[in-house]
Design a protein around this ligand. Structure first.
Ligand code: ADP
Length: 366
């Protein structure tokens, strides 16, 4: 009798991934620079950053497709840095799908099981399970080339999970799909990852994808991790100017921090919850935190600027209002909740809560 608590013999457990002090150069180019990261078993982590920041190289080192110059890769505490890719219990889904065009859907999915010498009846059952998990239960006999791009990406996903790897790596897996299909696949991917409980590392340059899918996000720049945190942490509490500018939209007001710890731009004064260090700095305020009001009766003071509306447009559930204020252009995202919108040419007051202001010292040349 099989107890419910027993795992089938071929199922594996999800692994903790640990990268310690990884470094990789290509000639004079630093691709990864002293990167350390721990991903607990079952967590979904996204590596997010601009092109060339070292995301794919990090993933390839983790997969065993690239050797680091320094540092280690550990899976559940075991050093696998010198273990070749095919001996690591890791599967990768690439943007290019990398399917075999001459094989059927089922044979593509069965490939890793055949390589491991799994018995025929076992293969049949597990391929059917994997195809059901990616919502393609009836596609097994079809030539893989007869499927759409989105369906082929599901087949690639089924092939990656059929062997129940300890770690699943996703290298821009959805970026070839159109927007609506990509969004639908994101929801499915998240559900699938949660069902399987497999440790997952996703590489993406699409911040919406990273913020909506991952438990934690690693914001990378120049081969380093600038910040590791949940979507809320990196969005609401960016650890650096780079993260603040990279994630989401920002209004930027440049100026000098005065002796009261507030940023001054001409006669505009911006205050954050904490006192900023004196010197050149940038104040950042997200468009959704800027209120646009028509009441100009009291004098404008800290975190208030009067200006003229230069543009109003509808952007889905919000409207975008562009306001020119004494040499500054501010973008406000106003909810479309039935309240009247200002018109182009209106005199308005832009204001915001100091809690939503971040002030960063301006590095040389920023
Ligand atoms: P990302 O995935 O964030 O776009 P990559 O990890 O692909 O970044 O690349 C990081 C840096 O390393 C880039 O400057 C890239 O040009 C360089 N690089 C990556 N792979 C190679 C390679 N095989 N040979 C030479 N340079 C490479």
């Amino acid at each position: 009798m099989t107890l419910l608590t027993e795992r089938p013999p071929t199922a594996r457990t999800s692994a903790e991934v640990e990268l310690t002090g990884l470094a990789k150069r290509y000639g004079g180019t630093v691709a990864v620079d002293d990167l350390s990261l721990t991903v607990p078993a079952g967590e979904f982590v996204a590596l997010l950053g601009p092109s060339g920041c070292g995301k794919s190289t990090t993933l390839r080192i983790l997969a065993g497709l690239e050797q680091p110059d320094r540092g280690q890769v550990l899976l559940s505490g075991t050093d696998v840095t010198a273990v070749p890719a095919h001996r690591r219990d890791i599967h990768t889904v690439f943007q290019s799908y990398a399917l075999f065009p001459h094989l059927s859907v089922a044979d593509n999915v069965a490939f890793p099981l055949r390589q491991r010498g799994v018995s025929r009846p076992d293969i049949r059952g597990r391929v059917a399970d994997a195809l059901a998990l990616v919502q393609l239960p009836a596609a097994g006999d079809q030539p893989v080339t007869s499927l759409s791009g989105g369906q082929q990406q599901r087949v690639a996903l089924a092939r990656a999970i059929v062997d129940r790897p300890s770690v699943l790596l996703l290298d821009e897996p959805l970026s070839a799909l159109d927007r609506s299909l990509r969004q639908a696949m994101q929801v499915e991917l998240r559900l699938l990852q949660q069902n399987l409980g497999v440790t997952t590392v996703l590489v993406t340059h699409d911040q919406e994808e990273a913020l909506s899918l991952a438990d934690r996000i690693v914001i990378m720049s120049d081969g380093r991790a600038e910040q590791v945190g949940t979507a809320e942490e990196v969005y609401d509490h960016p650890a650096s100017l780079f993260v603040a500018r990279f994630v989401g939209e920002q209004n930027e007001i440049s100026g000098i921090v005065n002796s009261h710890g507030k940023l001054q731009h001409a006669d505009v004064v911006v205050g954050a919850p904490t006192i900023a260090e004196p010197g050149p700095a940038l104040a950042l305020i997200r468009p959704e935190h800027i209120r646009v009001g028509l009441d100009l009766s009291s004098p404008a003071d800290v975190n208030n600027i009067d200006g003229i509306v230069r543009g109003v447009s509808i952007a889905g559930i919000s409207s975008v209002v562009l306001v020119h204020c004494r040499g500054l252009t501010l973008l406000a995202r106003v909810p479309r909740d039935g309240r009247p919108l200002p018109h182009v040419g209106d005199q308005v007051r832009c204001s915001w809560d100091p809690a939503h202001v971040r002030i960063f010292p301006t590095p040389e040349g920023a």
